[in-house]
Design a protein around this ligand. Structure first.
Ligand code: TEU
Ligand code: CA
Length: 555
């Protein structure tokens, strides 16, 4: 569409650098490893990369705890490596967006090192310090990573606030100096040539006035309170005015705690805040914290429809099925048994890449990588798991067996195992010892094998991106769910002017007869995930959908 901003037509690929590609044998992925794989990504068809944090960090939360916002994490390389990586992306016509983690910093950031020294330190107000109450924490806020969100600091006897780990103190956005520092950091990277930011838990930056106790009903899900501070929109509008409006940058906010109805407050273009947000309601459809619940296809479809209706009216949406905080999409929404893994991964890709939204593909999903076969607690690395283990299992509230049975399906570590490049030892990820175990299925599921196989999950992603880039209706066209209550089939149209496409996806292992609504006639098959048989006759009004068949038709 002439005049559409580039980021509406982009396909973004998320790299979790620690697990992507190790070039020096220390078992940790690095920036040179990314540079070495740019041709692979270019051939796949992605044009924008979102890099999870690459900044100097003591890694209490794998880089989401930043010690120096202007320095590259030494495990990942140095600034020369970064500059080379960015130049090589640009040479290939690719853009880079980076992670902006400014709700909190590391406790090892020099601001915090200063801040904790004394009550009158010039950096004291960079963070949120309060006196304790009755010999305990200032209020009842829980941390997402276990225990209280407050930690007493011996130097002054006051407590500091940390919504996440103790090593992730929350910054005080009320302080204009903090905001100015953040804007400077943003300019530093934009001036280097990055094309925007994914903003970590950005709705949390404004804290509730007076920090009153959470009502009991909010204690299990404090995000709905944390995300609704009084000045979040004021700060985002200021950030837009001061920084973003001066660059051709895209922004996507991680909107943890934001409901569908609230989405437009962030993404309505007329408000000049963010371009897009990541909604949690779809990827967390079947979750209650670490617990897994059942889900149904109509619920998933309702989430898509809601996202389209609310975020899309004067704004734009994201489409994603996983990221570094969620299980693998084929294990979650598809069927990762050997018989159905590849075809169901292709079906999910068809859905993900034909929404009226910018798709965000997570590393390894283009191969249909699966969850890891975790056994005991010792198999996990995640700081979140360790905190929950302490709060729920060690406290005796939940049995180890029960917690672990849910965790196998919900753990963030599922998506963090190393990228499976080849059938070589350690999946070709490293010549050393990988920081997190490689999924043992790498001999069957790896990039080298799939690049060589035209029928692979990889090539299906490549074809989908190619088709998407050529057909504006698949990007901008109106979305309509034809049959929201159908428990087996997702059927929707994408319409732009006189061009109309139909997507049919069978979410089951059975053959399902699907009758098209009155008046719809298929003109041609545009792209199929290899399950359809026999090919459809033009003009057909009914389709016999094969197990996990996903087809885009032209109407
Ligand atoms: O995620 C925030 C977030 O909402 C999840 O980590 C959430 O707390 C958890 O999955 C609930 O089970 C962002 C980053 O994506 C995540 O990796 C960081 O750990 C977190 O913020 C803190 O920076
Ligand atoms: Ca390395």
């Amino acid at each position: 569409r002439p005049g559409a901003p580039w980021w509406k037509e982009a396909v973004v690929y998320q790299i979790y650098p620690r697990s992507f590609n190790d070039t020096n044998g220390d078992g940790i992925g690095d920036l040179n490893g990314i540079t070495a794989k740019l041709d692979y990504l270019k051939t796949l068809g992605v044009d924008t990369i979102w890099l999870s944090p690459h900044f100097d960090s003591p890694n209490a939360d794998n880089g989401y705890d930043i010690r120096d916002y202007r320095k590259v994490m030494s495990e990942f390389g140095n600034m020369d490596d970064f500059d080379r990586m960015l130049a090589e992306m640009k040479r290939r016509g690719m853009r880079l967006i980076i992670d902006l983690v400014v709700n909190h910093s590391s406790d090892e950031h020099r601001w915090f090192v200063e801040s904790r020294q004394s009550k009158d330190n010039p950096y004291r107000d960079y963070y949120i310090w309060r006196d304790g109450r009755d010999g305990g924490a200032p209020n009842n806020y829980p941390s997402f990573f276990g225990g209280s969100a407050w930690k007493k600091d011996e130097a002054t006897g006051q407590y500091y606030l940390h919504y996440f780990a103790r090593k992730q103190p929350d910054l005080n956005w009320e302080n204009p100096k903090v905001r100015a520092e953040v804007y400077d950091i943003m300019r530093f990277w934009l001036d280097k040539g990055v094309s925007g930011f994914r903003m970590d838990v950005i709705p949390f930056i404004s804290k509730p006035d007076g920090l009153p106790d959470l009502p009991a009903e909010n204690l299990a899900h404090p995000e709905f309170v944390y995300a609704n501070g009084p000045r979040v929109h004021q700060y985002l509008q200021e950030m837009n005015r001061e920084v973003l409006s001066r660059y051709d940058a895209m922004t996507v906010g991680e909107a943890f705690g934001i409901s569908f109805e609230q989405a437009p407050l962030f993404t309505d273009a007329r408000r000049r805040e963010l371009d897009m947000i990541f909604h949690f309601d779809l990827v967390r459809l079947d979750r209650d914290g670490w617990r897994k619940k059942d889900w149904t296809l109509p619920e998933l479809k309702a989430a898509y429809a809601q996202i389209d209706r609310t975020g899309g009216s004067h704004g734009w949406n994201t489409s994603f099925l996983t990221n570094h905080d969620n299980p693998r999409s084929v294990s979650h929404f598809g069927d990762d048994s050997p018989e159905w893994r590849a075809v169901s991964a292709k079906a999910l890709a068809t859905m993900m890449l034909t929404q009226r939204a910018t798709p965000f593909l997570y590393q390894g999903d283009e191969l249909g990588m699966t969850n890891y076969p975790f056994h005991g607690i010792e198999d996990y690395d995640d700081v979140e798991v360790k905190g929950q283990w302490h709060d729920f299992v060690e406290s005796g509230k939940v049995s180890a067996e029960e917690y672990l049975s849910h965790l196998r399906q919900t753990s963030r570590d599922n998506a963090r195992t190393p990228m499976q490049w080849s059938a070589a030892p350690n999946a070709g990820f490293t010549t050393g010892t990988p920081w997190l175990a490689v999924n043992p299925n790498y001999a069957q599921i790896n990039a080298t094998a799939q690049v060589d196989d035209a029928g692979s999950v990889y090539h299906h992603h490549r074809r989908l991106m190619e088709v998407r880039s050529q057909i504006p209706a698949l990007i901008h066209g109106e979305f309509r769910d034809l049959d929201p209550a159908n428990p087996k089939v997702f059927a929707y149209t994408r319409t732009l002017d006189d061009k109309r496409y139909l997507v049919l996806i069978n979410f089951t292992r059975e053959t399902v007869a699907y009758d098209l609504p009155e008046g719809l006639k298929i003109a041609a098959t545009l792209l199929d995930n290899g399950a359809a048989q026999p090919p459809l006759q033009p003009g057909a009004a009914s389709v016999s959908l094969q197990p996990w068949q996903a087809t885009i038709y032209q109407l």
